[in-house]
Structure formats: structure tokens, C-alpha cells
Design a protein around this ligand. Sequence first.
Ligand SMILES: Cc1cc2nc3c(=O)[nH]c(=O)nc-3n(C[C@H](O)[C@H](O)[C@H](O)COP(=O)(O)OP(=O)(O)OC[C@H]3O[C@@H](n4cnc5c(N)ncnc54)[C@H](O)[C@@H]3O)c2cc1C
Length: 405
Amino acid sequence: MEKERSAIAVIGGGPAGLMTAEILSSGGHQVTIYDRMPSLGRKLLMAGRGGLNLTHSEPFEQFMSRYGAAAPQLRPIIEGFPPSTLIEWAHGLGQETFVGSSGKIFPKAMKASPLLRAWLKRLGGQGVQVRLRHRWRGWDEEGSLLFETPHGPEHVLADATILALGGASWPRLGSDGGWAKILEQRGVEIVPLAPSNCGFAVSWSATFRNRFAGTPLKNIAIKFEGHQARGELLVTSYGIEGGAVYALSAPLRNAIARRGPVEIAIDLRPEASEGDLASKLRTPRGKNTLSNFLRKALHLSPVEINLLREAHGLAFGGDLEILSGKIKCVPVSLLAPQPIARAISSAGGVAFGSVDENLMLRALPNVYVAGEMLDWEAPTGGYLVQAVLASGAFVARAALRRFAL
Ligand SMILES: Cc1cc2nc3c(=O)[nH]c(=O)nc-3n(C[C@H](O)[C@H](O)[C@H](O)COP(=O)(O)OP(=O)(O)OC[C@H]3O[C@@H](n4cnc5c(N)ncnc54)[C@H](O)[C@@H]3O)c2cc1C
């Protein structure tokens, strides 16, 4: 059987793999990227649909705190490729950036396609080879990488391998978590993949669901057991989505796994105190219906008024002053996280205990891991792409040191 030789095989052509390939090829190495899809960077392109949030402008310590339990492991990685380096790198690809009102950083083009196009052109110019429709299946008996291709199995001998296979959300874009079993069989500890930055199921009444599915709740806050997040929610036919609930998805998911459905409190007017609301509610109601009165006095929208009805029952009107407390605390029971296939990202993955200080697998010498397939999670806000690119750069530098030309 004829085997292809590849000095360095990067498996997975998402942002982590592409960053690794860029640095290794600029260091003079022969790099081949293998990907199971017919084109590279599909999830990055999808991320750009709603505006590609590349990173965040907040102070570094606050930035690092977003990675929760994985912050100590990610610190050296992100220190080696901090937000300022990411921004310079994007500028180098012709993508000017701007800081949005919330501190998030985006390319001026908003979309990911111009950045990806320029990036792939740069990689081509540096001699990086790309093999598409190559699904990695593990290793053969002789230790060569094994790929499933439209032309049958392919075996590749590589001096070093970088695994950058992503998590398991949006599997139709390429990353389906199929690598977890392959690595587990080789003695690598895998923390089970779970949905992160995901929506949650709510049992809405048919009336509320039919009328308000697809309607946003803007400038609200969610509270759950000492955690709080401000932002937007979207009512969906099955429950809720949106930045505010994504930000709390880790504690909510973990609590539901431990004890079943949990209750969050939605504050519909986080900027107003209960006293402010009560004084506005004291104005004479006149001949207004309750809905009209609430709309006029507090600018409550139809979805907000009906959420109050949904949560507090038909008698939610009652003493109008008591309503001020209810507006600041609308209880909603979350039944389960949405499946991982519909989440923005994944929690879990290759345990940090299974890699050394260079992100090389302890069980498999010369095999490195980068990107979302490592066991960390973070809220949306640019923290995902930042850690993904930084880890790609980190493993590339580690491999460069090991294979110094
Ligand atoms: C809707 C949406 C919006 C998002 N928006 C943002 C955002 O604005 N900002 C942000 O920071 N993050 C965002 N993200 C998350 C971000 O896109 C991901 O965290 C990032 O793409 C992960 O990069 P990665 O390189 O680790 O993995 P991926 O981008 O998933 O790339 C992995 C690659 O590996 C390939 N692969 C997988 N298995 C195999 C196999 N067996 N053989 C060969 N190839 C394989 C896949 O085809 C894929 O090309 C968003 C995600 C989604 C879904």
C-alpha cells in the first residue's frame, strides 16, 4: 500500500487549524490541512452571519474571567495571542475592526467571508496544501493517519499531527464530535461534550407560543442562583434563545443535569428600581385597559405584558403596586437545554489533564490538540474565536520548537 507523506498534518480546517497552518508554514514547514467537508471554515462563515464577533475590548483580567474553570489553563495560551494580536492579525488580512457599543470587536465588513478569503489566499501563498472531503478515522495498525475519502481509504504518515476538529454543535458545518470515541480508545480522557451558549426548552401555553414565538424581549436581565446576565432574549416555539440566556448556559445546564428543571427570574426593567416602577403605577389608570395602562405607564410591550400573564396567572393585575415587584421578577421554568446540534458551541472535550504544557496529548506523542475540541467553554462575546485562534497559535509555536528546522 502506498502511503502519502506529510511533514505536518493539520486535521480540521476551522479557525484553530488554519491559524496553526499559517504559523507552521511561515516557519518553513510543509503543512497539509485535511478536512471532511468540501470547503474550509464553514462554521466561521456561519459565525459571521450575525456579525463576526472576533474578540472583546474589556480589561484583560475581566476577559480571562469569562473562561471560568478553564481560565488557568487558557491564560498562557491567550497571553501568547491576546486580543491586541488578534486585531493586528485581522488588519494584516485587510480586515479593519471596530469596537461595538458593548465593547465587542467586529471586522468592519461584519461578515467572515472577506477575512476567510484573504486567509486562504495567504495560506496558499505559503505553500499549505489542502485535502478536502478527507474524513479522519484514526490511525491504522502501523500508526499512519487514516482518512475516508471519496476515492477510498487513504493512509498518511506524518511527523506531527495537529487535531483541530472543533466541538459538536451545528454538525452539518463539519464538526460532529466523532473524534471523541477515537481518542478515548487511545487512552485520552474526554469530558463529555455538552451544549454551551444554547437555548432552553420552556413549556409555553399554546396561546403565548402561537402569538409570540419569534418575538424578542429587549434590555432584560436574567437571574439564577447568584448569576445575572443582561441582554436580549428571543421567545421561540420551544422555549428561549438569546445572548442573556447563553451567558448563563453553563450554570443552568449543570443545575438541570443535577436536579431537573430550574426556575430563572426575568427582570423586564433592570434599569428601574421597584420603587420607580411602583410610583409610575400609582398614576390614575382612567378608562385604560390594564394592557394599555401598562404600555403607556411603563412602555411594556405586548410580549412583556403577556409574559407577565403567563408567569403570574390571569390575576396578575391585582394590586398594581405589587405588580412592580412582579415586573422585576418574572419566573420562567427551564426544562432542558436545547440539543448540542443547535447550540452555538460545545462544553467538554479533551481534558487538560490529557495534554502536556504544549497541548500535546500525553498518550500520543507528536499529536497536538487546538480549538474548541479542548475542554473549555465561554460565553459569546468574542471569547470563543479568541481562544480558538490563540490555541492554534500556541500549538504551532510548540511544534515549531520541537521540529526546529
Ligand atoms: C451560529 C454560530 C455563531 C457563532 N458566532 C461566533 C462569534 O460571533 N464569535 C465567536 O467567537 N464565536 C462564534 N461562534 C463559535 C465559533 O465559530 C467556533 O467556536 C469556532 O469556529 C471553533 O473553531 P475550531 O477551529 O475549533 O472548530 P471548527 O470551526 O468547528 O472547525 C473544525 C473543522 O474540523 C473539521 N472536522 C471535524 N471532524 C473531522 C474529521 N473527522 N475529519 C476531518 N475533518 C473534520 C470540520 O469540518 C471543521 O472544518 C459561533 C458559532 C455558531 C454555530
